[in-house]
Design a protein around this ligand. Structure first.
Ligand code: PFF
Ligand code: NA
Length: 459
Protein backbone atom coordinates (compact mmCIF):
# COMPACT_ATOMS: atom_id res chain seq x y z
CA UNK A 1 0.00 0.00 0.00
CA UNK A 2 3.03 2.22 0.46
CA UNK A 3 3.67 2.15 -3.26
CA UNK A 4 0.02 2.93 -3.93
CA UNK A 5 0.13 5.92 -1.66
CA UNK A 6 3.25 7.06 -3.42
CA UNK A 7 1.63 6.89 -6.84
CA UNK A 8 -1.52 8.61 -5.60
CA UNK A 9 0.50 11.38 -4.10
CA UNK A 10 2.38 11.80 -7.32
CA UNK A 11 -0.79 11.93 -9.38
CA UNK A 12 -2.19 14.52 -7.02
CA UNK A 13 0.89 16.69 -7.30
CA UNK A 14 1.03 16.50 -11.03
CA UNK A 15 -2.56 17.56 -11.33
CA UNK A 16 -1.98 20.48 -8.94
CA UNK A 17 0.89 21.71 -11.05
CA UNK A 18 -1.29 21.33 -14.09
CA UNK A 19 -4.21 23.04 -12.33
CA UNK A 20 -2.05 26.05 -11.53
CA UNK A 21 -0.65 26.23 -15.05
CA UNK A 22 -4.17 26.03 -16.48
CA UNK A 23 -5.55 28.74 -14.22
CA UNK A 24 -2.57 31.02 -14.80
CA UNK A 25 -2.58 30.36 -18.55
CA UNK A 26 -6.32 30.98 -18.64
CA UNK A 27 -5.72 34.40 -17.11
CA UNK A 28 -2.66 35.21 -19.22
CA UNK A 29 -3.75 34.09 -22.69
CA UNK A 30 -6.51 36.36 -23.88
CA UNK A 31 -7.23 39.41 -25.98
CA UNK A 32 -3.79 40.70 -25.00
CA UNK A 33 -2.16 38.10 -27.21
CA UNK A 34 -4.42 38.03 -30.23
CA UNK A 35 -6.00 41.48 -30.31
CA UNK A 36 -3.54 43.78 -28.56
CA UNK A 37 -0.10 42.36 -29.35
CA UNK A 38 -0.49 42.56 -33.17
CA UNK A 39 -1.97 46.04 -33.16
CA UNK A 40 0.53 47.64 -30.75
CA UNK A 41 3.32 45.95 -32.71
CA UNK A 42 1.91 47.43 -35.92
CA UNK A 43 1.54 50.88 -34.36
CA UNK A 44 5.09 50.81 -33.03
CA UNK A 45 6.88 49.78 -36.18
CA UNK A 46 7.47 46.04 -35.72
CA UNK A 47 10.81 44.33 -35.03
CA UNK A 48 12.49 46.70 -32.59
CA UNK A 49 9.29 46.92 -30.57
CA UNK A 50 8.94 43.11 -30.56
CA UNK A 51 12.54 42.78 -29.38
CA UNK A 52 11.98 45.19 -26.48
CA UNK A 53 8.74 43.38 -25.63
CA UNK A 54 10.55 40.01 -25.57
CA UNK A 55 13.30 41.52 -23.40
CA UNK A 56 10.66 42.85 -21.02
CA UNK A 57 9.06 39.38 -20.78
CA UNK A 58 12.41 37.75 -20.00
CA UNK A 59 14.03 40.36 -17.77
CA UNK A 60 11.01 41.89 -16.04
CA UNK A 61 8.00 39.64 -16.61
CA UNK A 62 9.28 36.18 -15.65
CA UNK A 63 11.15 37.35 -12.51
CA UNK A 64 8.07 39.28 -11.36
CA UNK A 65 5.77 36.37 -12.06
CA UNK A 66 8.07 34.23 -9.91
CA UNK A 67 7.97 36.89 -7.19
CA UNK A 68 4.17 37.11 -7.26
CA UNK A 69 3.68 33.34 -7.13
CA UNK A 70 6.29 33.08 -4.37
CA UNK A 71 4.71 35.80 -2.21
CA UNK A 72 1.30 34.20 -2.70
CA UNK A 73 2.49 30.73 -1.74
CA UNK A 74 4.50 31.97 1.23
CA UNK A 75 1.59 34.03 2.56
CA UNK A 76 -1.01 31.43 1.72
CA UNK A 77 -3.84 33.98 1.85
CA UNK A 78 -5.45 36.62 -0.35
CA UNK A 79 -2.82 39.00 -1.83
CA UNK A 80 -3.54 41.84 0.60
CA UNK A 81 -3.32 39.49 3.59
CA UNK A 82 -0.27 37.63 2.29
CA UNK A 83 1.62 40.87 1.82
CA UNK A 84 0.78 42.21 5.25
CA UNK A 85 1.55 38.86 6.91
CA UNK A 86 4.98 38.71 5.33
CA UNK A 87 5.64 42.42 5.97
CA UNK A 88 4.50 42.15 9.60
CA UNK A 89 7.52 44.02 10.97
CA UNK A 90 8.30 46.19 7.98
CA UNK A 91 8.20 49.97 8.39
CA UNK A 92 6.75 50.36 4.94
CA UNK A 93 3.84 48.01 5.55
CA UNK A 94 1.25 50.54 4.30
CA UNK A 95 3.11 50.88 1.01
CA UNK A 96 2.78 47.15 0.36
CA UNK A 97 -0.96 47.34 0.80
CA UNK A 98 -0.89 49.61 -2.22
CA UNK A 99 -0.07 46.57 -4.36
CA UNK A 100 -3.43 45.07 -3.52
CA UNK A 101 -5.22 48.37 -4.08
CA UNK A 102 -3.59 48.93 -7.46
CA UNK A 103 -4.48 45.40 -8.47
CA UNK A 104 -8.12 45.70 -7.51
CA UNK A 105 -8.58 49.05 -9.25
CA UNK A 106 -6.58 48.09 -12.35
CA UNK A 107 -8.56 44.88 -12.81
CA UNK A 108 -11.81 46.76 -12.58
CA UNK A 109 -10.73 49.46 -15.06
CA UNK A 110 -9.23 46.96 -17.51
CA UNK A 111 -12.33 44.78 -17.49
CA UNK A 112 -14.51 47.77 -18.46
CA UNK A 113 -12.90 48.02 -21.90
CA UNK A 114 -11.74 44.39 -22.15
CA UNK A 115 -15.41 43.44 -22.11
CA UNK A 116 -16.14 45.81 -25.01
CA UNK A 117 -13.47 44.08 -27.12
CA UNK A 118 -14.74 40.70 -25.94
CA UNK A 119 -18.05 41.92 -27.36
CA UNK A 120 -16.42 42.53 -30.77
CA UNK A 121 -15.27 38.90 -30.73
CA UNK A 122 -18.80 37.72 -29.92
CA UNK A 123 -20.16 39.80 -32.76
CA UNK A 124 -17.67 38.25 -35.19
CA UNK A 125 -18.89 34.73 -34.47
CA UNK A 126 -22.10 35.67 -36.25
CA UNK A 127 -20.28 37.63 -38.95
CA UNK A 128 -18.04 34.71 -39.90
CA UNK A 129 -20.71 32.02 -39.40
CA UNK A 130 -23.11 33.78 -41.78
CA UNK A 131 -20.52 33.52 -44.54
CA UNK A 132 -21.25 37.14 -45.49
CA UNK A 133 -17.53 37.92 -45.76
CA UNK A 134 -16.66 34.91 -47.93
CA UNK A 135 -14.54 36.07 -50.85
CA UNK A 136 -15.01 39.74 -49.99
CA UNK A 137 -12.44 42.48 -50.53
CA UNK A 138 -10.48 44.26 -47.81
CA UNK A 139 -12.74 47.27 -48.33
CA UNK A 140 -15.91 45.31 -47.61
CA UNK A 141 -14.36 43.61 -44.57
CA UNK A 142 -13.21 47.01 -43.31
CA UNK A 143 -16.65 48.50 -43.87
CA UNK A 144 -18.30 45.73 -41.83
CA UNK A 145 -15.94 46.51 -38.95
CA UNK A 146 -16.54 50.28 -39.19
CA UNK A 147 -20.25 49.51 -39.23
CA UNK A 148 -19.94 47.68 -35.93
CA UNK A 149 -17.94 50.51 -34.32
CA UNK A 150 -20.44 53.14 -35.41
CA UNK A 151 -23.34 51.30 -33.80
CA UNK A 152 -23.40 51.95 -30.02
CA UNK A 153 -26.50 49.82 -29.48
CA UNK A 154 -24.92 46.74 -31.01
CA UNK A 155 -21.66 47.31 -29.12
CA UNK A 156 -23.62 47.70 -25.90
CA UNK A 157 -25.53 44.48 -26.46
CA UNK A 158 -22.34 42.43 -27.03
CA UNK A 159 -20.52 44.16 -24.15
CA UNK A 160 -23.48 43.33 -21.89
CA UNK A 161 -23.39 39.69 -22.95
CA UNK A 162 -19.65 39.40 -22.33
CA UNK A 163 -19.89 41.03 -18.90
CA UNK A 164 -22.81 38.75 -18.00
CA UNK A 165 -20.74 35.69 -18.95
CA UNK A 166 -17.92 36.83 -16.68
CA UNK A 167 -20.28 37.61 -13.81
CA UNK A 168 -22.05 34.24 -13.99
CA UNK A 169 -18.79 32.41 -13.37
CA UNK A 170 -17.57 34.79 -10.67
CA UNK A 171 -20.89 34.60 -8.78
CA UNK A 172 -20.67 30.82 -8.66
CA UNK A 173 -17.07 30.98 -7.52
CA UNK A 174 -16.30 27.70 -9.28
CA UNK A 175 -13.63 27.50 -11.83
CA UNK A 176 -12.83 23.81 -11.90
CA UNK A 177 -14.92 23.21 -15.00
CA UNK A 178 -13.34 26.16 -16.74
CA UNK A 179 -9.87 24.96 -15.92
CA UNK A 180 -10.61 21.63 -17.51
CA UNK A 181 -11.97 23.44 -20.53
CA UNK A 182 -8.78 25.52 -20.78
CA UNK A 183 -6.79 22.32 -21.28
CA UNK A 184 -8.83 21.53 -24.41
CA UNK A 185 -9.73 24.92 -25.80
CA UNK A 186 -6.32 26.61 -25.50
CA UNK A 187 -4.58 23.93 -27.60
CA UNK A 188 -7.48 24.21 -30.06
CA UNK A 189 -6.94 27.96 -30.32
CA UNK A 190 -3.25 27.29 -30.90
CA UNK A 191 -4.06 24.84 -33.73
CA UNK A 192 -6.46 27.31 -35.37
CA UNK A 193 -3.79 30.00 -35.22
CA UNK A 194 -1.43 27.53 -36.89
CA UNK A 195 -4.02 26.99 -39.64
CA UNK A 196 -4.22 30.73 -40.24
CA UNK A 197 -0.41 30.92 -40.25
CA UNK A 198 -0.48 28.12 -42.82
CA UNK A 199 -2.87 30.12 -44.96
CA UNK A 200 -0.77 33.26 -44.41
CA UNK A 201 2.21 31.42 -45.90
CA UNK A 202 0.33 31.08 -49.18
CA UNK A 203 -0.21 34.83 -49.53
CA UNK A 204 3.34 35.40 -50.73
CA UNK A 205 3.91 37.99 -48.03
CA UNK A 206 4.99 35.73 -45.19
CA UNK A 207 8.66 36.70 -45.53
CA UNK A 208 7.80 40.37 -45.43
CA UNK A 209 5.74 39.81 -42.28
CA UNK A 210 8.50 37.78 -40.61
CA UNK A 211 10.97 40.55 -41.43
CA UNK A 212 8.56 43.15 -40.07
CA UNK A 213 8.24 41.22 -36.80
CA UNK A 214 11.79 40.01 -36.29
CA UNK A 215 14.15 42.40 -38.08
CA UNK A 216 14.59 45.26 -35.64
CA UNK A 217 14.70 48.73 -37.17
CA UNK A 218 15.73 50.85 -34.21
CA UNK A 219 14.95 54.08 -36.01
CA UNK A 220 11.28 53.18 -35.47
CA UNK A 221 11.63 52.72 -31.73
CA UNK A 222 10.38 55.64 -29.61
CA UNK A 223 10.48 56.16 -25.85
CA UNK A 224 6.71 55.85 -25.77
CA UNK A 225 7.05 52.61 -27.75
CA UNK A 226 9.32 51.26 -25.03
CA UNK A 227 6.73 52.18 -22.40
CA UNK A 228 4.04 50.41 -24.43
CA UNK A 229 6.26 47.30 -24.73
CA UNK A 230 6.90 47.27 -20.98
CA UNK A 231 3.23 47.84 -20.17
CA UNK A 232 2.18 45.15 -22.59
CA UNK A 233 4.55 42.63 -21.01
CA UNK A 234 2.72 43.17 -17.72
CA UNK A 235 -0.71 43.17 -19.34
CA UNK A 236 -0.18 40.00 -21.33
CA UNK A 237 1.24 38.01 -18.41
CA UNK A 238 -1.47 39.31 -16.02
CA UNK A 239 1.20 40.86 -13.79
CA UNK A 240 1.27 43.83 -11.47
CA UNK A 241 -2.27 43.06 -10.33
CA UNK A 242 -1.60 40.37 -7.75
CA UNK A 243 -3.57 37.83 -9.83
CA UNK A 244 -0.60 35.47 -9.91
CA UNK A 245 -0.17 36.06 -6.18
CA UNK A 246 -3.72 34.89 -5.57
CA UNK A 247 -3.20 31.81 -7.76
CA UNK A 248 0.18 31.13 -6.13
CA UNK A 249 -1.46 30.76 -2.74
CA UNK A 250 -2.94 27.46 -3.95
CA UNK A 251 0.32 26.07 -5.31
CA UNK A 252 1.67 23.05 -3.37
CA UNK A 253 5.03 23.63 -1.71
CA UNK A 254 7.06 21.14 -3.70
CA UNK A 255 6.29 22.50 -7.13
CA UNK A 256 8.89 24.60 -8.91
CA UNK A 257 7.83 28.23 -9.12
CA UNK A 258 10.45 28.98 -11.75
CA UNK A 259 9.41 26.15 -14.06
CA UNK A 260 5.70 26.91 -13.83
CA UNK A 261 6.25 30.66 -14.33
CA UNK A 262 8.43 30.04 -17.36
CA UNK A 263 5.91 27.58 -18.80
CA UNK A 264 3.06 30.08 -18.54
CA UNK A 265 5.20 32.89 -20.00
CA UNK A 266 6.40 30.77 -22.91
CA UNK A 267 2.86 29.67 -23.80
CA UNK A 268 1.64 33.27 -23.62
CA UNK A 269 4.50 34.58 -25.76
CA UNK A 270 4.07 31.74 -28.25
CA UNK A 271 0.41 32.58 -28.78
CA UNK A 272 1.22 36.26 -29.29
CA UNK A 273 3.97 35.59 -31.82
CA UNK A 274 1.76 33.13 -33.71
CA UNK A 275 -0.97 35.75 -33.84
CA UNK A 276 1.55 38.19 -35.33
CA UNK A 277 2.66 35.63 -37.93
CA UNK A 278 -0.97 34.95 -38.80
CA UNK A 279 -2.00 38.58 -39.18
CA UNK A 280 0.85 40.53 -40.77
CA UNK A 281 1.11 38.48 -44.00
CA UNK A 282 -2.59 39.25 -44.53
CA UNK A 283 -1.96 42.92 -43.76
CA UNK A 284 0.81 43.19 -46.37
CA UNK A 285 -0.88 40.96 -48.96
CA UNK A 286 -3.92 43.24 -48.96
CA UNK A 287 -2.09 46.54 -48.79
CA UNK A 288 -3.50 47.28 -45.35
CA UNK A 289 -1.94 49.55 -42.75
CA UNK A 290 0.03 47.74 -39.96
CA UNK A 291 -0.67 50.71 -37.69
CA UNK A 292 -4.44 50.54 -38.24
CA UNK A 293 -4.99 50.29 -34.47
CA UNK A 294 -7.37 48.25 -32.31
CA UNK A 295 -9.39 47.02 -35.30
CA UNK A 296 -6.42 45.25 -36.89
CA UNK A 297 -7.39 41.61 -36.26
CA UNK A 298 -11.03 42.28 -37.11
CA UNK A 299 -10.02 43.76 -40.45
CA UNK A 300 -7.51 41.06 -41.37
CA UNK A 301 -8.57 37.68 -39.99
CA UNK A 302 -12.09 37.73 -41.51
CA UNK A 303 -10.41 38.51 -44.83
CA UNK A 304 -8.28 35.37 -44.48
CA UNK A 305 -11.24 33.26 -43.40
CA UNK A 306 -13.16 34.61 -46.37
CA UNK A 307 -10.50 33.33 -48.75
CA UNK A 308 -9.42 29.97 -47.31
CA UNK A 309 -11.22 26.65 -47.82
CA UNK A 310 -13.75 25.95 -45.05
CA UNK A 311 -13.11 29.53 -43.94
CA UNK A 312 -16.56 30.07 -42.44
CA UNK A 313 -16.11 27.05 -40.22
CA UNK A 314 -12.57 27.95 -39.16
CA UNK A 315 -13.52 31.59 -38.67
CA UNK A 316 -16.47 30.76 -36.48
CA UNK A 317 -14.41 28.33 -34.41
CA UNK A 318 -11.61 30.86 -34.11
CA UNK A 319 -13.82 33.60 -32.72
CA UNK A 320 -15.55 31.16 -30.35
CA UNK A 321 -12.15 30.16 -28.98
CA UNK A 322 -11.08 33.81 -28.77
CA UNK A 323 -14.18 34.55 -26.69
CA UNK A 324 -13.28 31.67 -24.43
CA UNK A 325 -9.73 32.94 -23.98
CA UNK A 326 -11.06 36.43 -23.23
CA UNK A 327 -13.64 34.99 -20.84
CA UNK A 328 -11.10 33.20 -18.63
CA UNK A 329 -9.02 36.40 -18.51
CA UNK A 330 -12.09 38.52 -17.76
CA UNK A 331 -12.93 36.31 -14.78
CA UNK A 332 -9.47 36.91 -13.32
CA UNK A 333 -9.96 40.66 -13.78
CA UNK A 334 -13.24 40.76 -11.84
CA UNK A 335 -12.25 38.30 -9.12
CA UNK A 336 -9.94 40.61 -7.09
CA UNK A 337 -12.51 43.37 -6.55
CA UNK A 338 -15.23 40.87 -5.71
CA UNK A 339 -12.97 39.20 -3.15
CA UNK A 340 -12.11 42.57 -1.67
CA UNK A 341 -15.78 43.56 -1.35
CA UNK A 342 -16.49 40.23 0.34
CA UNK A 343 -13.55 40.40 2.73
CA UNK A 344 -13.60 44.07 3.59
CA UNK A 345 -17.15 45.19 3.10
CA UNK A 346 -18.79 41.99 4.27
CA UNK A 347 -20.95 41.68 1.16
CA UNK A 348 -21.94 38.23 0.01
CA UNK A 349 -20.56 36.93 -3.26
CA UNK A 350 -23.69 37.54 -5.31
CA UNK A 351 -24.12 41.14 -4.18
CA UNK A 352 -20.44 41.99 -4.60
CA UNK A 353 -20.29 40.42 -8.07
CA UNK A 354 -23.48 42.09 -9.24
CA UNK A 355 -22.41 45.44 -7.77
CA UNK A 356 -18.85 45.48 -9.12
CA UNK A 357 -19.95 43.97 -12.44
CA UNK A 358 -22.70 46.52 -12.91
CA UNK A 359 -20.44 49.54 -12.24
CA UNK A 360 -17.78 48.05 -14.51
CA UNK A 361 -20.37 47.50 -17.23
CA UNK A 362 -21.46 51.13 -16.86
CA UNK A 363 -17.89 52.36 -17.22
CA UNK A 364 -17.62 50.24 -20.35
CA UNK A 365 -20.24 52.47 -21.97
CA UNK A 366 -17.69 55.32 -21.95
CA UNK A 367 -15.35 53.09 -23.97
CA UNK A 368 -18.15 52.21 -26.37
CA UNK A 369 -18.94 55.88 -26.98
CA UNK A 370 -15.22 56.59 -27.48
CA UNK A 371 -15.53 54.52 -30.66
CA UNK A 372 -18.29 56.61 -32.16
CA UNK A 373 -20.16 59.58 -30.63
CA UNK A 374 -17.22 60.64 -28.42
CA UNK A 375 -14.43 59.67 -30.81
CA UNK A 376 -13.15 63.26 -30.89
CA UNK A 377 -13.38 63.73 -27.14
CA UNK A 378 -9.89 63.68 -25.58
CA UNK A 379 -10.51 64.63 -21.93
CA UNK A 380 -6.80 64.93 -21.07
CA UNK A 381 -5.73 66.17 -24.48
CA UNK A 382 -3.98 69.20 -22.94
CA UNK A 383 -1.25 66.86 -21.66
CA UNK A 384 1.19 66.40 -24.57
CA UNK A 385 1.63 62.64 -23.95
CA UNK A 386 -2.14 62.14 -23.90
CA UNK A 387 -3.00 64.19 -26.95
CA UNK A 388 -5.89 62.78 -28.96
CA UNK A 389 -6.51 59.92 -26.52
CA UNK A 390 -10.18 59.02 -26.09
CA UNK A 391 -11.55 57.68 -22.79
CA UNK A 392 -10.97 54.17 -24.12
CA UNK A 393 -7.34 55.01 -24.99
CA UNK A 394 -6.81 56.62 -21.58
CA UNK A 395 -8.15 53.61 -19.67
CA UNK A 396 -5.84 51.36 -21.66
CA UNK A 397 -2.88 53.71 -21.22
CA UNK A 398 -3.20 54.26 -17.48
CA UNK A 399 -3.88 50.65 -16.58
CA UNK A 400 -1.42 48.81 -18.83
CA UNK A 401 1.35 51.40 -19.03
CA UNK A 402 1.22 53.00 -15.56
CA UNK A 403 -0.69 50.94 -12.98
CA UNK A 404 0.55 47.46 -13.87
CA UNK A 405 4.26 48.42 -14.13
CA UNK A 406 3.89 50.35 -10.85
CA UNK A 407 2.30 47.32 -9.17
CA UNK A 408 5.08 45.16 -10.60
CA UNK A 409 7.74 47.58 -9.39
CA UNK A 410 6.34 47.35 -5.85
CA UNK A 411 6.24 43.54 -6.04
CA UNK A 412 9.88 43.50 -7.15
CA UNK A 413 10.91 45.84 -4.32
CA UNK A 414 8.96 43.78 -1.83
CA UNK A 415 10.63 40.53 -2.89
CA UNK A 416 14.02 42.17 -3.31
CA UNK A 417 14.19 44.13 -0.08
CA UNK A 418 11.53 43.01 2.40
CA UNK A 419 11.12 39.24 2.34
CA UNK A 420 13.68 37.15 4.16
CA UNK A 421 16.33 35.63 1.97
CA UNK A 422 16.01 32.21 3.61
CA UNK A 423 12.29 32.09 3.07
CA UNK A 424 12.74 32.99 -0.59
CA UNK A 425 15.53 30.45 -1.07
CA UNK A 426 13.26 27.79 0.34
CA UNK A 427 10.28 28.83 -1.80
CA UNK A 428 12.16 29.10 -5.06
CA UNK A 429 14.52 26.14 -4.51
CA UNK A 430 16.90 27.32 -7.24
CA UNK A 431 20.62 26.67 -7.55
CA UNK A 432 22.62 29.37 -5.70
CA UNK A 433 23.69 30.95 -8.99
CA UNK A 434 20.16 31.09 -10.37
CA UNK A 435 18.79 32.40 -7.08
CA UNK A 436 21.34 35.21 -7.05
CA UNK A 437 20.57 36.06 -10.65
CA UNK A 438 16.87 36.28 -9.81
CA UNK A 439 17.54 38.32 -6.66
CA UNK A 440 19.73 40.83 -8.49
CA UNK A 441 17.01 41.13 -11.10
CA UNK A 442 14.19 41.94 -8.67
CA UNK A 443 16.42 44.07 -6.45
CA UNK A 444 18.00 46.24 -9.09
CA UNK A 445 17.29 45.46 -12.73
CA UNK A 446 13.49 45.44 -12.69
CA UNK A 447 13.05 48.53 -10.46
CA UNK A 448 15.64 50.51 -12.41
CA UNK A 449 14.18 49.45 -15.77
CA UNK A 450 10.65 50.46 -14.80
CA UNK A 451 11.82 53.71 -13.20
CA UNK A 452 13.95 54.69 -16.21
CA UNK A 453 11.11 54.01 -18.66
CA UNK A 454 8.72 56.04 -16.51
CA UNK A 455 11.09 58.98 -16.11
CA UNK A 456 12.00 59.10 -19.81
CA UNK A 457 8.35 59.21 -20.74
CA UNK A 458 7.59 61.99 -18.30
CA UNK A 459 10.34 64.14 -19.83
N1 PFF B 1 -3.41 38.78 -19.63
C1 PFF B 1 -4.69 39.07 -20.23
C2 PFF B 1 -4.51 39.13 -21.74
O1 PFF B 1 -3.38 39.07 -22.24
O2 PFF B 1 -5.52 39.24 -22.43
C3 PFF B 1 -5.29 40.35 -19.70
C4 PFF B 1 -5.21 40.46 -18.21
C5 PFF B 1 -5.89 39.53 -17.42
C6 PFF B 1 -4.43 41.42 -17.61
C7 PFF B 1 -5.77 39.58 -16.03
C8 PFF B 1 -4.31 41.50 -16.24
C9 PFF B 1 -4.98 40.55 -15.47
F1 PFF B 1 -4.85 40.62 -14.18
NA1 NA C 1 -1.68 37.47 -22.50
Amino acid sequence: SGALEGSNAQRGLWSSRLAFILAATGSAVGLGNIWKFPYVTGENGGGAFVLVYLLCIAVVGIPIMMAEVMIGRRGGRSPVKSLSLIAEHDRLKPAWKLVGAIGILAGFLILSFYSVIGGWAISYVGTTASGQLAGQSADTVGAVFSGLLSDPTKLLAWHTLFMAMVMVVVVRGVRSGLERAVSILMPALFVLLLIVVGYAMTTGHFGQAAAFLFQPDFSKLTTSGILVALGHAFFTLSLGMAVMMAYGSYLPKNISIAKTSITVSVIDTGVALLAGLAIFPIVFANGLEPGAGPGLIFQTLPLAFGQMPMGSLFGTLFFVLLIFAAWTSGISLLEPIVEWLEERKGMNRTVSTLGAGFVCWGLGIASILSLNLWSDFAPLGFVPMLEGKTIFDLLDFFTANIMLPLGGLLVALFAGWVMSRQAMERELALSPAMFNLWLITVRFITPVAVAVVFIYNLM
